[in-house]
Design a protein around this ligand. Sequence first.
Ligand code: A3P
Length: 285
Amino acid sequence: MTECVEYKGYRFPATTVKDLEFAENELQVLDDDVFNVTYPKSGTTWMIEILSLIHSNGDPTWSQEVPNWDRVPWIEVQGTEEKLKKIQDRRRYFSSHLPRQFFCKSFTNSKAKVIYTARHPKDVAVSFYHFSKINKLFEYPENFDLFLKNFLSGNLPYGSWFDHVKGWLELAGKDNFLFNTYEDLQKDLRGSLKRICTFIGKELDEAALDAVMENVSFKTMKDNRMANFSLVPERIMDLTKGQFMRKGISGDWKNHFTVAQSEYFDKVFKEKMADIGVKLPWEEN
Ligand code: A3P
């Protein structure tokens, strides 16, 4: 791993041990806070845009003028403590890829809300593979087969997809936890937006919902410099090797996995997720 920091047996990019300790032990969560939590490549950026647009009642100005990492900042990256001090006159929205065990301790007894978005793990693996080619903080993946082995064993930044999902799903059923999937957003965006609005206690009329839908579409986000990561310095992201807003579809794994890889993945999935107690939408395909 080129530029990841080691923390309690996990690797994290773009941060320091001090920043990770801050996120885990010192960050004081407010009851009104909303957290957008995901394993990488599961729809984090999409949810940032959704929360931003819901917050502004569909007005795209904020999304078009402020980079997504300042609107809904990641709590575990370098400089969060300073960034937090600047958010004083509005509701706070945060993103996080932290596994449950490293998440802010002060969340436990708060009423703050977590929206946990998960995606079909085979599509996550494919998206993560392509992202690793453009993100210089990650090890460049030699080929998909090797990358997949690392994905299945959890030998990647942020650790194992399986442990991440399992850890966070322990909160399923709590009033302040909403489980959402990338595929739900694809199949029924309007219904998903309404569910999110209800969850965070925000009412939008139909015209505002129309505006949110338009501004969180793949096409609009791909063209929005404040959402498509084209403002990230070249030393971190090499956009000549690919795009952050890559395909934005479900099922792209079918173009990457061999039959043998897919069958092995299913076997690992069954073993690792056997004791989860929640039916996941991707178990059969
Ligand atoms: P692909 O690489 O499959 O295209 P994250 O934000 O968690 O890193 O996830 C990135 C993935 O979400 C990428 O997937 C990206 O294209 C996709 N994505 C981002 N915005 C989207 C949108 N509005 N609609 C559909 N997919 C989107």
